[in-house]
Write a new protein. Structure first.
Length: 140
């Protein structure tokens, strides 16, 4: 990660244009990716990098996006009992405030991270999150 990307990640509220939509996307991706991760360091980041390249053309914005997702995944995995619920509530609240945020999520990108080879509990969690996101995108 370049110094500029680190700086933008650290001070995103000040220096990034439309940082709220970037954070919203990052939280959604972290929520769907976290069930398939054993730890914050053992995740499918190659697919995530490809998706990030499709979403953002700017390299620094893409790196900030990836770093924010990694931060959210670490938070979710540290305390999964409450972090999933808090993230879903936060996403729901943000979509109610700004209906356009739900349109920012492309379900074809999200579906790349849905895995069938997970334990039943984790697979159900991913399925419920995906269903929640589909409902949110249809509401707006």
């Amino acid at each position: 990660m370049s110094i500029k990307s680190w700086f933008l990640t650290s001070f995103r509220e000040i220096f990034l244009y439309h940082y709220r939509s970037l954070e919203f996307r990052a939280k959604v991706f972290a929520l769907i990716i976290a069930p398939s991760c054993e730890s914050a360091k053992v995740c499918d980041f190659t697919t995530l990098k490809k998706v990030a390249e499709e979403i953002y053309a700017d390299r620094h914005r893409r790196e900030v996006f990836l770093n924010i997702i990694k931060e959210y995944i670490a938070v979710i995995l540290r305390n999964p009992a409450t972090a999933y619920d808090e993230a879903v509530r936060d996403i729901n609240r943000k979509v109610k405030i700004d209906k356009n945020l739900a349109k920012k999520i492309d379900m074809s990108h999200i579906n790349r991270f849905v895995k069938a080879d997970l334990s039943e509990e984790r697979r159900l969690l991913q399925q419920r999150i995906t269903e929640f996101l589909e409902v949110q995108s249809k509401i707006s």
